[in-house]
Ligand binder design. Sequence first.
Ligand SMILES: [Fe+2]
Length: 383
Amino acid sequence: MAYTFLTPKKIISGENALTDAKNELKKLGHKAFIVTDATMVKLGNVALLEDVLKQNETDYFIFDEVNYEPDDIIVAKAAQTYKNENCDHLIALGGGSPIDTAKAISLLLNDDAPLSSYMGKIIDINRPALAAIPTTAGTGSEATKFTIINDTTNKVKMLLTGPCLIPDLAIIDPLFSKTAPKSVTSHTGIDALCHAIEAYTSRKAQPLSDTFALSAIKRIFENLETCYNDGNNIEARVQMSLAALEAGIAFNNASVTIVHGMSRPMGALFHVPHGLSNAMLLKECMAFVVDGAYDRFGKIARYLSFTNIADDKMASEIFLDHLNTLLEHLHVPSMSEYGIDKNTYFENIEKMAKDAYISGSPSNTIKKVTVEDMMALYEKIYR
Ligand SMILES: [Fe+2]
């Protein structure tokens, strides 16, 4: 069997990656449309990019109106501004939302068709050059062919996909993730861990996605807790920024599965940030999946040197113990602590399970997953 494997055209990573990317940024065009949010401006992260563009004598416009749940309205406003400002390329700077927004802007620059018309299709368009500079170690959007945008008319999260949405240039500079608060480090790091474990236990996994997934899982177990406890540990930040990229590349090619499938309805209904809803789901979802994938979880346990035991079932249990310990140390709030009303949550369990199933992601799981299985899991995770 043959496989296709997709990555960004060029990746510049490590300390000083932004400065080192100067020449590559210059090649993208004459006037950049910077897609970001107000926090990135306030933290001084945008100013660092501006410095590089000024040295390059590249003109730019800063669009800083992206919020954590980008929708079709903000994308349309941004695309119109891009045209009014006569920009000729896109640079996204921030977490997953600005990067997803920049990808969606490129669709509206292609033609006037609404974003919803791209749903369910493999998108293939010509777009302006796109660079992505992630500031959190998590979403992996800098390496993926996906964008998630809220459809304000139909009140659904649109998952749009196509290889042309993979950025041309990904700049992975750990300098930026130093500015992430503890909770963001925890939730985005767990999001990356979900990408990697789900990709490794996906029916669509392939040899190269396995390589990236295993490496990401190892780096995350070795560095996430350090980043969480000591945000200024630059080596741990470097390792986590690489892990998030590797995990993004893994799920770009192998897809996500049950955790992301169940996470999106929680975001849509209760506005739980993406990384946090994944974090709330991960432990119970993996406890459910494990008996369908002892060989895979066993390999993870041995790859991470948690054990050298040959018995896959016993090794899997050792991995799950380590996973649960890591999650405890990262202090993921429970749903009640986050303020989700128990009655409203339970009233919506059937809808969430059905919406998750329809999204298709749970069916990628190596173990068969039914709507009833997910209803039972949603019940279990409420604390
Ligand atoms: Fe994710």
